[in-house]
Design a protein around this ligand. Sequence first.
Ligand SMILES: [Zn+2]
Length: 417
Amino acid sequence: MSTIEPVFRIIPTTQNYDWGKKGSDSKVAEFASGAGIPGFSLNESAPYAELWMGTHVKSPSGVVDKEQNLAQILTMNPSLIGDRVSQRFDTTNGNLPFLFKVLAIGKALSIQTHPDKKTSEQLHAQQPKVYTDPNHKPEMALALTDFKALCGFMPIPRIAEYVKDVPEFNALIDPSTVTEFLNCTHSSELEQKAVLKKFFSELMTADVTKIATQLQTLVARYRSGGQKHAEEGIKDLVLTLNEQYPGDVGVFCAFMLNYVRMTPGQAIFLGAGEPHAYVQGDIMECMANSDNVIRAGLTPKPKDIPNLVSVLTYMASDWDKHMVKPVDVTPRTRKYDPPIPDFTVLQVHTPKGETESHEAIQGPSIAIATEGSGRVSWGGGDLDLQAGSVIFVGAETKIDITAGDSNLVVYRAYVAA
Ligand SMILES: [Zn+2]
């Protein structure tokens, strides 16, 4: 067995889902072009939705100059993951606890949620083809460009405003449930959750013909400028979603979920059971190593409304409750640390000609350069970086990130026990 350096170049994979941004407009395509993916050639008319960096069984990353993929290399070299992380997480078969991605969203992704660990195990056992692994999938989205998303239920009084003001929306719900919902603003949190669940489940299971008819009426009203004050902020979103997914019940989720417009550097975290849909923009995404998605709308893929309705937390709050506020570790390195142990992400801005040093981390990490050029060096060597270069850094390895003749931006995901 040949020895391997603690830092090496890995080859990410792309996913060409149809919601991806097309051609060179997509950050995924831009990075894939710089990542040295064998045989990759950019097609301007193809969608480039996701770039995966990690060991997930569906699409593990390769390793430059090795026959084995990243998971196989880590199985052969367990010290790269490190004892502390393998004691805390299931790292069997070289499995990293996290999966790091770039997403380029041209068209809204499905309304979805991710099950917790226990539910994931059950779903995977019952439907292994749909729920492909037994892991949970809390995720963090960090904006690379302006980014729009639907995220978590709005506070009840704000949903109630739409229930009152939008006849096409409340027509889909049983009148007694509408009354119950409008009267619940003073109830206990537990009762509010129960009413929200009932209301949401009636919406998601409403008759498809009725949904399509009400959407047509709603869209016609908006097009003729008939929106009420409360609808001003949401009108364009409704029209866009309906253009992308005509007649889909998910369009009505605009009246229940927070619509967030983020600027580069802002991040949100979505724990188990939080409903969300990414609408537009390019992001870094980090998640527990899983592909388990329960879909409810805005998708041609199979929906699973019963499981979706049953796993949601029904927490209703402003979107800032989902925000991850970064902390400056040094003037050049910001840390995004969501409230779960599975991953943390660093954003590193190194001005041209300068070096940022990262002390050794107890666990494994994956880093991608997103702007500029430079190099990464460690005790035993160095590697060039350009936009799209992806590297693996083994546990307990100190690295230096040096910018070349332009500012260098690197995102680094890691797990530490
Ligand atoms: Zn998601």
